[in-house]
Write a protein that binds this ligand. Structure first.
Ligand SMILES: [Fe+2]
Length: 412
């Protein structure tokens, strides 16, 4: 049986099935292994709270929760999240009057903003690498465009950011985090001034990586313990790079706190609970969501739906549980860019949410799993079907398995 046990219950001779620590690099060579006393010390030093063990391959314990029960509980909480009403706006926003437009109307502007933002982050990191003073004044313009686009239809920019190239990960991740956190702030009813500051923090959140040697930053494989500790320094480096800049406390909070964890297990300050700013707690969720859904040279991106399920699970300790629920309400149960499996055996990519029914988004049908063949791309609004029986989502998958051209599919 696979069960989840508290790390305080671990004993040598148990068999680790999953360390369940997908949000961070770790120094273990194998994913699944028989535990020694030294391994347990390492696990406790990493401040892991729970891991999965396989009781057929190693020792058992009386405590723990069956993996099936964990999954049932997570599913229940995802469904609760989908019906969580948004909080009332904290302050009137100057974007309140923007009328929502269809994704295809917003697509052109979204792509232009994507390109401009990538260039800006690339320039900022190049300046930081050369030890030049970072100029943050011109970030206002690109952030303004991003906010306009998110308020017009966030799914256009969120979809555009799912188009990734593996060699530009740091830039694309920075911009993607910014778009996600902007949409997250909007869904929380924050003022436009606060959203702008959080977005600036998003663009700058990994600026400290410019000082991490590229051999470590772009290493095509698992980092050693020493390399990992250098990587973790990127937050302090970011603080140093931005020391002389006049960015706001909100923006600085995003940069300095995006690796803090709700239970105090993060870095660099091991802050916990509400000692981490609201913006830092939001950025932590978004940062992990984007990192895990992205394909890199040594890591295949996970399905957004799967990552949301794990965020729910991890929010027991590591992330603010209420904010994780709010994030799911913002991006949807099946976020834009998710490859979903339909009851008919067809595969489809989510291109736009139906706010009134997060279980039935608008998709593009692309593949037939039964016949194992690509299909002519067809738009399908799962909430507005005329065929009987109506199709519905039964699961999610990852695009890489089917050699899908996500750029072409996501382009409207
Ligand atoms: Fe980071």
């Amino acid at each position: 049986m696979i069960k989840k046990v508290k790390t305080s219950q671990l004993r040598a001779g148990m068999f680790v099935h999953d360390l369940d620590m997908g949000w961070m690099e770790h120094p273990f060579l194998l994913k699944r292994f028989k535990l020694t006393g030294k391994d347990i010390e390492k696990i406790l030093a990493l401040k892991l709270r729970e891991v999965y063990i396989d009781t057929e391959k190693g020792l058992d314990t009386d405590s723990g929760t069956d993996i099936a029960d964990v999954r049932t509980e997570v599913q229940k909480r995802i469904e609760e999240a989908s019906v969580t009403p948004p909080p009332p706006p904290a302050a009137p926003s100057r974007f309140d009057t923007i009328q929502k437009v269809p994704v295809k109307e917003e697509w052109f502007r979204a792509n232009k903003i994507r390109k401009e933002s990538l260039q800006i982050v690339s320039n900022l990191m190049a300046d930081a690498r050369l030890g030049r003073q970072i100029e943050t004044d011109h970030l206002d313009t690109v952030v303004e465009g991003m906010m306009q686009s998110v308020f017009s239809n966030q799914d256009a920019l969120l979809g555009a950011m799912r188009i990734r190239t593996m060699d530009r990960y740091t830039f694309e991740h920075s911009v993607s985090v910014t778009v996600l956190v902007t949409a997250f702030c909007k869904s929380m009813g924050m003022s436009s001034d606060a959203i702008r500051e959080v977005a600036i923090g998003g663009l700058l959140h990994d600026i400290g990586k410019s000082r991490v040697p590229s051999g470590i930053l772009n290493k095509p494989g698992r980092l050693t313990e020493e390399e990992f500790s250098v990587m973790r320094q990127h937050v302090d480096f970011g603080g140093e790079i931005l020391e002389a800049s006049d960015i706001s406390d909100i923006s600085r909070g995003v940069v300095m706190e995006h690796h803090e964890r709700y239970d105090g297990s993060g870095y660099p300050f091991s802050k916990n609970n509400e000692t981490i700013s609201l913006y830092g707690r939001m950025a932590a969720i978004v940062d992990v969501y984007d990192a895990l859904t992205s394909t890199r040279c040594y890591h295949q991106g996970k399905s957004p739906h799967w990552v949301l399920s794990k965020l729910i699970e991890w929010s027991k300790y590591h992330f603010d549980p209420e904010l994780v629920q709010r994030f799911i309400r913002c991006v949807g149960i099946y976020p834009v860019g998710t490859l979903v499996v339909l009851k008919s055996g067809r595969l489809a990519v989510v291109i736009e949410l139906n706010e009134g029914n997060l279980l039935a988004p608008i998709v593009k049908v692309v593949y037939d799993k039964n016949k194992r063949c690509h299909l002519p791309t067809m738009r399908l609004d799962l909430a507005q079907q005329t065929t009987v029986p109506a199709d519905k989502i039964v699961g999610s998958d990852v695009p890489d398995t089917y050699q899908l051209n996500m750029e072409a599919i996501l382009s409207v």
